[in-house]
Design a protein around this ligand. Structure first.
Ligand code: KIV
Ligand code: ZN
Length: 384
């Protein structure tokens, strides 16, 4: 089985969410949990950006030891690379993530430059970083909108300069999955030396396609996924770690060796959400409160007969307690009977259950959910 590397950027791209800034202690706590989860690479920050981020990268490097690669972000600027090298000094497995824009929009309007000049800056940054660390990952910013032929030239040049990993970001979340698949395939087929490096993908979610595009990139040949816990990140966020990992583990169309211990997915989702003050939407795949909750009568009846009727993942595999049956006005008798039994009402006669059910429907029509306390009151009254 081929190895798929999970590169976590929760503490760098994820931390770019307004209001989600982490201090050094918080980054250390999250890094500890990322190690427990089993990610291969932790991008701990952007050291030149602030003294706090510098200290955080240093502290995470100290904590991690040889348990994972610690990565620091830079622009294609020597001062950035110097700061990253200094912050990564305690790391046993340091990596520098440097890069520059690759789309004509970025080249013209952000850098006011030319294709050949930005390419030369990218090459120079890789060569400079390579003097200090063995692992250098080059990102071709806005590769999603870059011309494939120019992108291939740029990637070939940075590989020749010593890049060990090449990151192809869909920075603006612009690509359809077919486009992104074709882009990675194009690089695999046209870049000299690509077989000697690891291709990484980094997809943003502006069109809700970040996970799909990450999977498309992997199908085309990428072997590292840059992801964040809960899919947090700049604007609409990044591909969600839990979604990419569970899609690959659930479908196994192309089986990969992936280090992640999936039972840690919900604990880390909650830790990141609480520490950053970013609530997880209830219907979020894998880690949302409703990801394993069933509320309609038809689904509840099905799930009670056989869990797999309506679940493709065992909730225990991702660290959830169990599937939840939510009692609402759409619930049926099967779910009601099941919940009554759980509450200790084990020997109900069919006519008692029917009476409880009719009372239950009246209450359920007035409130969104009938909780255990309500049901016990109804059942006790009917019993009496
Ligand atoms: O979205 C992006 O292009 C990035 C790079 C810094 C990798 O976050
Ligand atoms: Zn990004």
């Amino acid at each position: 089985m081929e190895k798929l590397y999970i590169f976590d950027t929760t503490m760098r791209d994820g931390e770019q969410v307004p209001g989600a800034k982490l201090n050094v202690e918080q980054k250390v706590i999250i890094a500890e949990q990322l190690l427990k989860l089993g990610v291969d690479v932790i991008e701990a920050g952007f050291p030149i950006s602030s003294p706090g981020d510098f200290a955080a990268v240093e502290a995470v490097s100290q904590l991690v030891g040889d348990r994972a690669v610690v990565c620091a972000l830079t622009r294609a600027v020597e001062a950035d690379i110097d700061a990253a090298v200094a912050a990564l000094r305690p790391a046993q497995r340091p990596r520098i993530h440097t890069g520059i824009g690759s789309s004509d929009i970025h080249i013209q309007y952000k850098f006011k430059s030319t294709r050949q000049q930005v390419l030369a800056r990218g090459v120079a940054a890789v060569a400079y970083a390579k003097k200090s660390v063995e692992e250098v990952e080059f990102y071709a910013e806005d590769a999603g909108r870059a011309d494939n032929d120019f992108l291939a030239q740029m990637i070939a040049a940075v590989i020749a300069a010593g890049a060990t990993h090449v990151n192809i970001p869909d920075t603006t979340g612009y690509c359809m999955s077919e486009d992104f698949y074709e882009k990675i395939k194009y690089l695999c087929d046209h870049v000299k030396g690509i077989e000697n490096v690891i291709i990484s993908v980094h997809c943003h979610n502006d069109l809700g396609l970040a996970t799909a595009n990450t999977l498309a990139g992997i199908r085309a040949g990428a072997r590292q996924a840059q992801v964040t816990v809960n899919g947090i990140g700049e604007r609409a966020g990044n591909a969600a770690l839990e979604e990419v990992v569970m899609a690959l583990k659930t479908r196994r169309d192309q089986p990969f060796e992936i280090n992640v211990h999936t039972k840690e997915l919900i604990p880390i989702s909650q830790l990141v959400s609480q520490t950053m003050g970013l609530p997880v939407q209830a219907n979020k795949a894998i880690v949302g409160a409703n990801a394993f909750a069933h509320s309609s009568g038809i689904h509840q009846d099905g799930i009670l007969k056989h869990r797999q009727n309506y679940e493709i993942i065992d909730p225990k595999d991702v660290g959830a307690d169990e599937s939840k049956i939510i009692l609402t006005a759409r619930s049926g008798r099967a779910a009601l009977r099941y919940r009554l039994q759980q509450l200790g009402f084990v020997n109900q006669q069919p006519e008692q259950v029917e009476q409880i059910y009719q009372h239950f429907l009246q209450v359920a029509d007035q409130q969104k959910e009938v909780v255990d306390h309500d049901l016990m009151t109804i059942a006790t009254n009917v019993k009496a």
